[in-house]
Write a protein that binds this ligand. Structure first.
Ligand code: SF4
Length: 332
């Protein structure tokens, strides 16, 4: 057995932006080969952590994220839904656990957390999901340290808060909050002792330099995120990005491989956009160090690979889901 990663992996040496660019732009096979070696030095070769994500409150979000179907600024067909009832969330968590998830993430389309009855309801959800033996994660938008402490006391393990893209490109994607707002929330989450899940979305129209800058930013955080989701844009009708050209397949592989090299102990998660990747493209990403996925047919409001597709691919590649204490039906 390889040593388990520490709960708060540190960047040992912080590389300069130019050094990160050099890694990112290596010949692809050389890059994947090095990432695979680093992956094998820090993780069990074939283990993949499986998370499940539930949208506990949908739509009517005041933020103007150009990629998102839930923004009130975008004219999409998404129906808004109020905060889910506790029982329904617990049922969904049990179902995810049965399907093989060991982490359950609850997402609310809010600008941020408010100290109100709804936040108390989310606290109850965290307590109940944690009591099932699942790792817990939440993504609720901006948050202060006191609120982060409340979530930590309730049993929250991870807080998801993506940087999305580079600092330079950020205001082309979102104008209702700043990059520093995001970093402030990440600091509050850390101060409360929570682990962070923080990555980005590729294919928003950003340049390769922006992708390199995002990876450099993540690598330079005082404590690097324990989970690093790498998403590819899923263009949604009614959003400003609906006609955006798909990301070139090698860019996804380069980002995964570079993230693995820069953050050797973190879980690197192949996230949104996986459904439109080929099996071959996903295989290269797993070889390059991706060791986490979202399980389930839906990722918030976009389609995801089915559990059946994932079971077949895992079987073919010899990958194994990290199994929680519970019984699962995800068999490989
Ligand atoms: S990504 Fe999150 S914050 Fe942005 S509009 Fe969608 S739900 Fe709101």
């Amino acid at each position: 057995m390889k040593p388990m990663p520490t709960s708060t992996p540190k960047s040992t040496t912080v590389l300069s932006r130019e050094e990160v660019a050099k890694i990112y732009r290596r010949p692809l096979l050389e890059l994947v080969f090095e990432a695979a070696q680093i992956h094998r030095a820090h993780h069990e070769n074939y283990d993949v952590q499986c998370s499940s994500l539930l949208n506990i409150k949908s739509g009517s979000c005041p933020e103007d994220c150009t990629y998102c179907s839930q923004s009130a600024h975008n004219d999409t067909s998404l129906e808004s839904e109020p905060l889910m009832e506790l029982d329904a969330v617990v049922r969904a968590a049990k179902n995810a656990q049965k399907n093989g998830a060991d982490r359950f993430c609850m997402g609310a389309a809010w600008r941020g957390v408010a100290d109100n009855k709804e936040f108390d309801q989310v606290i109850d959800m965290v307590k109940e999901v944690k009591s099932l033996g699942l790792e817990t994660c939440a993504t609720l938008g901006l948050m202060n340290e006191e609120q982060a402490h409340k979530l930590k006391e309730a049993g929250l393990d991870y807080y998801n808060h993506n940087l999305d893209t580079s600092r330079d490109y950020y205001d082309k994607v979102i104008t209702t909050r700043t990059y520093d707002d995001r970093l402030d929330t990440l600091s509050a989450v850390r101060a409360a002792g929570l682990k962070t899940c923080c990555g980005g979305i590729l294919g928003l129209g950003e340049s390769e330099d922006d992708r390199i800058n995002l990876l450099h930013e993540l690598h330079s955080l005082e404590t690097v995120p324990e989970s690093v989701p790498i998403n590819a844009l899923v263009p949604i009708e009614g959003t400003p990005l609906e006609t955006t050209e798909p990301l070139a397949w090698d860019q996804m592989v380069r980002c995964v491989a570079t993230a693995r090299i820069l953050m050797p102990q973190s879980k690197v998660r192949l996230s949104a956009g996986r459904k439109s990747m080929t099996d071959e493209g996903q295989t290269l990403c797993f070889l390059a160090g991706a060791n986490s996925i979202f399980l389930g047919d839906k990722l918030l409001t976009t389609d995801n690979a089915t559990v059946t597709d994932d079971t077949q691919l895992f079987d073919k590649l010899g990958l194994k889901p990290i199994v929680s204490a519970c019984e699962t039906t995800f068999t490989v």
